[in-house]
Design a protein around this ligand. Sequence first.
Ligand SMILES: *[C@@H]1O[C@H](CO)[C@@H](O)[C@H](O)[C@H]1NC(C)=O
Length: 368
Amino acid sequence: MKLLMLLLSLLQFIYAENLEEKWGGLWPFQGIATFAHLENKNCLIDQSSQFDIGIIGVPFDTAVSYRPGARFGPRAIRDASQRQTSLRGFNPRALFNPYKSWAKIIDCGDIPVTPMDNALAFKQMDEAFNDLLSKKSLNDSKVPPRFVALGGDHSVLLPHIRALHKIYGPLNIIHFDAHLDTWKPDKYPSFWDSDQNEINHGSMLWKAHEEGLTSKTNIHAGLRTKLSGLEDLQDDDEQDFVRIEADDIWLKGPEYVVKKILSTVPHDTPTYISVDVDVLDPGFTSGTGTQEPGGWLPRELIHILRQIEGLTVVGADVVEVAPAYDIAEITATNGAQIAYEILTSMVKKGNLDESLTKKMISTFGSQL
Ligand SMILES: *[C@@H]1O[C@H](CO)[C@@H](O)[C@H](O)[C@H]1NC(C)=O
C-alpha cells in the first residue's frame, strides 16, 4: 500500500514536471507583464520575500509642473520590457547577462500612492522605501537589497534617497535630465505657500540638498533647460552639482562626458543614478511631460551608462515616462532599456561591499 502511494506521488510529480515543460515556454509577448518577465512578489505585503535587486513601481504624478501622466509609467515600462528575458538577456555591450548571474532580481509591484493628497502620498512613499530598504539581501544578509524605481514623476526620487540616506549617509547623485531640478520653490509662479507646495518634480533635488541627503560630488548630465537667468546656475552651484550640457556630447564627445562623470563622482562611495527620460531628444521620448528639443540619442545614453558601470550604485530610478503622449511605445522601450543597463551594472559589479554599509551605519547610526 505504502509502495503504491509512493508510486502515485512520483507519477504526479513527473506529470507536473511535464506540464511545466509543456506549457511553461511563453514567448516574449505572452503572459502577464512583470518587468522582464521576472517573478512578481508584492514586497510591501510579503515580508518574507527575499531577493537582491527589486524593481519597484511608483505610479505618482501629481507633482508635475506641465503635462501629467507618468502615473502610467510603471505599467508602460513593464509592457515595453517584455523582450528582456533570461534567455535573451545577454547584454552585448557589457558581455554580461544580469538575469542569469548571482543576483535574484524580482518585480516588487507598485507602491499604492494616492493621487488625491500629496502630503499623504509622500508619507506613503517614505514609509514604503523605508520598509523595502529594511530588508536583507538574499546574497548577503548584512546588506540591504537595492531597488530600481520606475516612475512616476521625478519627485519620487526624494523618498527613495531619504531612505537610502539613513543607511549610507549622503549620496552622490548622477542626474540624467534636460532640466536642473534644483529649483528653489520660489522660482515657480505662485505666491501661495505651503510645505507640500515646495516639493515638485523640478525642486526635489533642492529639497534633498536642504535635507542634507546629497554629497558634495553630484552630476547633471544632458542639460538644455531654459533658465530664468544665469543666477539659476549659481543656485545650482551652491547645491554641489557639476553640469554637463546636452551639446557637450557632440561638441566635446562622449568620452568627455564619461571622464567628467568619473572624475567627479568617487567610484567607491554610495551613488544614486536617476534618469529622467527627457534627457533623450523628444524624437525618442514623445511620451514625457516636459520635452526639450536637442537631446541625446538613446545610443549615447546607453554608452555612457555602460562606461560608468564601475560606480557603487546603491539605488536608481527611471522616471517621467508618460505613455499617453508616447508614439509606438518608443519612450517606454527606451525607459525599459535604461533600467536594463542599470541592472546590468548593478549585478556585474557584484553585491554591495558589506564594509560600505557597515562604515556608513557606524557613521550615521542607522537601525539597519
Ligand atoms: C553573492 O554575490 C557575489 C557577487 O557579489 C557572488 O560572487 C556570489 O556567488 C554570491 N553568493 C551567493 C550565495 O549568491
